[in-house]
Design a protein around this ligand. Structure first.
Ligand code: SF4
Length: 485
């Protein structure tokens, strides 16, 4: 029986089959594209916790020499009555291993602090803490207090690397003590799921909550031409359809579908022909000239980088704008700051210059509106001019959603799902390096870090420009597709 980490026990609470697969078939896992970025954020927040709670003091328990060594070192420090913080204290009880983010000594016992990169407490955090508390006590140590420290998104960074106030602490001691009684049951179930045959678990809502399961492609019928999950809507209902044996949207009896969207997806998929409603043509005919097609790339670092910014605040660093002065007369302008300085002000000024005073500004979803609002709030002197841009925004998403569907979109009206159905050459997969927003922000943050490799940074710049241009050209193609001939 292998040792179980806390995260394995947490996986078993989501799904017993998941924990079995994690131990026996790790290579079947396909992680969402933002997993690495989330992992990196967790590390950064952990480092800040060491800075905040340690104030230059304390011992970090490394695990590079193996977990057994980490457990032995932790016990040594705790048994000696260590008087300084311990970070990543590693404890084991009944075959379950936990690493405690922060362990603070106090006369009445240890104060355990679990650090999370989220901006609020979530249900699963309590289970996470209860498992740690059970191992902590089972290993022979008392704890006086158990807290959860998460990011306070109202914190404003003032600079000089001072992040005091970034973490907000919640006392979970009483709730953790109560829930601790359930932990041995969870651990037994996880052990049985790992040591026995693969548990039989039907797919459903739990495949997405509290975490997106990496074994989706194993359990859901993704190899059908139009897999049932492409009906979207209630995941519980989709799970029931799969459990009932339906693999392809076209096999599902229509009377089992209640939502309008599902009925439409089902109808168009069975017909095998895209649906384009005439209202889309009327919509584009009424757009004035010149037409601006705008897209931003943004970052939202958990640990603020520039003074005056908050954790996870959406901050633009790049835009692309295709400008159609008259039918078929197209040019493009763009902005990308690779200096590492706060890019928002020069970006806003360049944007105002490029967008002129008249003509619709076409966007896809309300995201750009939120970014412009954020810039207006940050720079009051630019607010009137930025506010005037808001009056010119035209969102292509609602009209596309209302008027267009192609079976290959599999229930998604994301522009990345729509465009390849209109123009097969317009597929983001053809780009090099950066294919979607999270990749763009991660690549940019990496490239503007002090000491970044200039050759790699230049390559990132090229990829970012190509990606953002592609996004705005996609909207040009979409409008051309809807344009009456
Ligand atoms: S996809 Fe669903 S059923 Fe399959 S292992 Fe994951 S959570 Fe369990």
């Amino acid at each position: 029986m292998p040792r179980l980490s806390k995260s394995r026990v947490m996986s078993s609470l989501q799904c017993l089959k998941r924990v079995h697969l994690e131990v026996h078939h790790r290579d079947w896992a396909v992680y969402p594209s933002n997993t690495q970025a989330a992992f990196e954020t967790g590390h950064q927040v952990g480092d800040i916790a060491v800075q905040i709670y340690g104030q230059g003091q304390g011992t970090y328990i490394a695990y590079e020499d193996g977990l057994s060594r980490a457990v032995a070192l932790t016990r040594e420090l705790m048994d000696l009555g260590h008087t300084e913080p311990i970070f990543e204290a590693t404890l084991e009880h009944d075959g379950v291993l936990v690493r405690e983010d922060v362990l603070l000594p106090s006369p009445s016992g240890w104060h355990v602090v679990e650090v999370k990169a989220s901006t609020r407490r979530k249900n699963e955090h309590l289970q996470d803490c209860a498992i740690q508390a059970w191992v902590h006590q089972g290993a022979g140590y008392r704890f006086a207090r158990f807290s959860l420290a998460h990011i306070d998104n109202q914190f404003v960074y003032e600079g000089d690397g001072d992040y005091r106030g970034l973490l907000a602490e919640e006392d979970l001691t009483d709730e953790v003590r109560q829930l601790q009684r359930s932990v041995p049951v969870w651990v037994d179930q996880a052990k049985q799921a790992v040591s026995g045959p693969m548990p039989k678990v039907q797919v459903g809502q739990h495949c997405f909550s509290p975490y997106e399961c990496p074994f989706f492609n194993h359990c859901w019928p993704v190899d059908a031409d139009y897999p049932v999950h492409g009906l979207k809507g209630s995941r519980k209902k989709l799970g029931e359809l799969v459990t009932a044996g339906y693999r392809d949207i076209r096999e599902v009896p229509g009377d089992l579908l209640s939502s309008e969207d599902q009925q439409r997806i089902w109808r168009v998929t069975r017909a095998g022909q895209p649906e384009v409603l005439p209202a889309a043509r009327r919509f584009v005919r009424e757009l004035g000239w010149p037409r601006y097609y705008l897209d931003f790339e943004t970052v939202g670092p958990a640990i603020p980088v520039w003074p005056g910014t908050r954790p996870y605040e959406t901050l633009p660093f790049q835009w692309s704008c295709h400008i159609e002065d008259a039918p078929g007369v197209l040019r493009q302008e763009e902005f990308l700051d690779m200096s590492g300085e706060a890019p928002m002000r020069p970006l806003a000024e360049a944007l105002l210059e490029a967008l002129g005073n008249t003509g619709p500004i076409l966007v896809y979803t309300s995201y750009e509106k939120g970014v412009i609002n954020g810039l207006a709030a940050r720079f009051p002197d630019l607010a009137p001019a930025l506010g005037a841009l808001l009056d010119r925004l035209v969102d292509l998403y609602p009209v596309t959603k209302a008027c267009y569907y192609h079976p290959d979109m599999l229930g998604s009206w994301s522009i990345k799902a729509v465009l390849p159905t209109i123009d097969p050459e317009m597929d983001w997969k053809t780009l090099q390096g950066v294919h979607e927003g999270t990749e763009a922000s991660t690549a940019w943050l990496e490239a503007v870090k002090p000491g970044a490799d200039p050759v790699q940074a230049a390559e990132t710049r090229r990829q970012l420009l190509a990606y953002c241009r592609f996004d705005t050209l996609a909207m040009v193609r979409l409008v051309a597709f809807f344009t009456p001939s």
